[in-house]
Design a protein around this ligand. Structure first.
Ligand code: NA7
Length: 543
């Protein structure tokens, strides 16, 4: 325990303090980290830029925002009571319900007392003399702690492209990841939407139903699978709850940490008709389970082509105008960018008030006072929605001035791409941990269980350090290099690393092109994390 307890630490927000642990972010990772830290008797404090808990689900309030993992698989596992009492209402939970769940967890475990909201961590510098982290917050607070956990999220740094004339536009602009809390009424408005990723495809059908006219600017069309969302089958929910552990055990054996059935047979061994039947049955079931149609969809180009063509066929079936259907049809690798889980997206283009503009060959020229200019044409808008995504995985970390041993800056260390041991910690930055950091399976898996696994690992590690009288943990450079090499090697085995997605940082100009998440699969990763612990924190220097 530190000399100053957590209660005393809140008293002076602007002052020096002696915390054991500073947690950055009050999303699902930060909340659970605080809960575990308290269980270990650590004086911990959470800083959160938003005014409440929930992270991703606090910020992404755009119309139609919804989880693309089924509700019965997207919740905390650490408390049986919590799991038993919480009831989801839909097959895929809408953002307001997930945010309500986050608030329920904060209340139930009384977390808010050690959280400081509306406060951004701006700087974290490691002080070699004291072996502690000095942390500066946006309210001028100066804090110090032995450990720092970055629970900053993988998709939390909004990407608003620097299009010329941005400031000249007289109407309203919105980013899906920073949506106004009071909501937006587009009734009677002419709306432009930039982007066609998950956030766009969820919000476009709803905005189109409200707006007078909606124009979508598409740079790259995306593959989708249907959600078939609806009220959650309460019989199924009860069945899962009766043995939650079984579902979670199965999920841990799947590469994405989601309990879906995976057919390991190669796609090309099946005849055309049989393969089509398999795809149709997956399509009828909906969701990410489609990826389990054949085990080699992301490994074999020919197999992938069959899935891609099947989906293009679905677009042609749904969209009335063949030219629009063509424009909406992706021709890159199926599943290379993250698949979207859809409700009525393609159908929306059959509406007379919706127009699709292809900006794949000529980027949007500029925003103008009245709207925007693209393909040599002026478009008039009352509002423009940026559904342009995030500086993924590294963005939120690198906008904090993080300096480790010898004043080394994380931004310099990662200039050619992120380097991390297990996506959990970075050599030269002792006692600092990242939850679902680059080099861990993170965004390729079901985020909530992955977050929980990281927080459990970090908490057990903190406990070990204290029990064994150590002061510091720091990955060895060679262990980090080996892990980074392994992460890159596994990425190379899949078709997923080959396209321009946010997984490789391609959406951010100037970002090094490196496949950031670990592709070796969730089970292999769990095994590696456990093995490191069994071998006395192999690859780490404990001092
Ligand atoms: P995404 O998936 O990164 O989508 C962003 C979209 O914005 C995508 O279609 C981009 O096209 C497009 N974009 C970005 N910049 C521009 C410019 N300058 N001009 C035109 N179009 C642009 O973000 P989301 O928020 O939808 O989803 C993020 C994740 O959240 C998602 O994967 C799920 O995990 C949940 P591009 O494809 O780069 O050509």
């Amino acid at each position: 325990m530190s000399e100053v307890n957590a209660g005393a630490a809140h008293a002076g927000a602007q002052s020096e303090s002696n915390l054991d642990l500073i947690i950055v972010g009050a999303g699902f990772a930060g909340m659970y980290m605080l809960h575990r830290a308290r269980g270990l008797g650590l004086a911990a404090r959470v800083f959160e830029a938003g005014s409440g808990v929930g992270g991703t689900w606090y910020w992404n309030r755009y119309p139609g925002a919804r989880c693309d993992v089924e509700s019965m698989q997207y919740s905390y596992q650490f408390s049986d009571e919590l799991a038993a009492e919480w009831e989801w209402s839909e097959r895929y939970s809408p953002q307001p319900e997930i945010l309500e769940y986050a608030n329920h967890v904060a209340d139930r475990f009384d977390l808010r007392g050690d959280m400081q909201f509306d406060t951004r961590v701006e700087r974290a510098h490691f002080d070699e003399a004291s072996g502690r982290w000095n942390v500066t917050t946006s309210d001028g607070g100066q804090w110090s702690a032995q450990f720092v956990v970055m629970a900053t999220g993988c998709l939390s740094s909004a990407n608003k492209p620097k299009i010329d004339g941005l400031e000249s536009f007289r109407g309203d602009t919105y980013h899906t990841g920073q949506w106004p809390h009071e909501g937006v009424d587009f009734t009677g408005k002419r709306v432009g939407v930039i982007g066609t990723g998950s956030s766009a495809i969820q919000s476009i059908p709803i905005m189109a139903a409200q707006a007078d006219h909606l124009t979508v600017f598409q740079r790259t069309p995306n593959y989708m699978v249907p959600a078939h969302n609806g009220a959650l089958d309460q019989g199924y929910a009860a069945e899962v709850k009766a043995d939650y552990g079984a579902l979670r055990d199965r999920a841990r054996t799947r590469p994405g940490g989601i309990d879906i059935e995976i057919n390991m047979a190669p796609a090309m061994e099946a005849g055309d008709a049989a393969r089509r039947e398999v795809y149709e049955s997956k399509w009828a079931r909906g969701g990410f389970g489609f990826m389990g149609a054949y085990g080699d969809l992301m490994l074999d180009q020919a197999a992938n082509d069959t899935a891609a063509e099947f989906v293009r066929g679905k677009i042609r079936d749904v969209v009335d105008d063949p030219d629009v259907a063509d424009l909406l049809s992706p021709h890159n690798i199926f599943g290379c960018k993250r698949l979207c889980v859809d409700t009525n997206y393609w159908q929306t283009y059959n509406r007379s008030n919706v127009k699709l503009i292809d900006v794949s060959e000529e980027p949007i020229e500029r925003l103008t006072p009245g709207g925007l200019r693209a393909r040599g044409e002026d478009f008039e808008f009352d509002a423009i929605v940026f559904a342009t995504g995030f500086d993924a995985m590294t963005g939120a970390l690198l906008r904090i001035d993080i300096q480790g041993v010898g004043g080394e800056k994380l931004v310099d260390k990662w200039a050619e791409g992120p380097k991390s041991y297990l996506g959990l910690s970075v050599a030269g930055f002792p006692n600092l941990f990242t939850v679902t950091g680059p080099g861990s399976p993170s965004v390729l898996t079901n985020m909530l269980p992955s977050i929980e696994q990281h927080v459990n690992w970090i908490s057990d590690c903190l406990d070990y350090i204290r029990q064994h009288g150590h002061a510091q943990i720091n990955p060895e450079a060679v262990a980090e290099e080996d892990w980074v090499a392994h992460v890159r090697e596994t990425a190379g085995l899949s078709l997923r690393a080959t396209c321009s997605s946010w997984y490789v940082g391609a959406n951010i100009p100037g970002k090094p092109r490196v496949f950031m998440p670990y592709m070796g699969g969730y089970p292999a990763y769990l095994e590696k994390c456990a093995e490191v612990v069994e071998n006395g924190y192999q690859g780490f220097a404990l001092t």
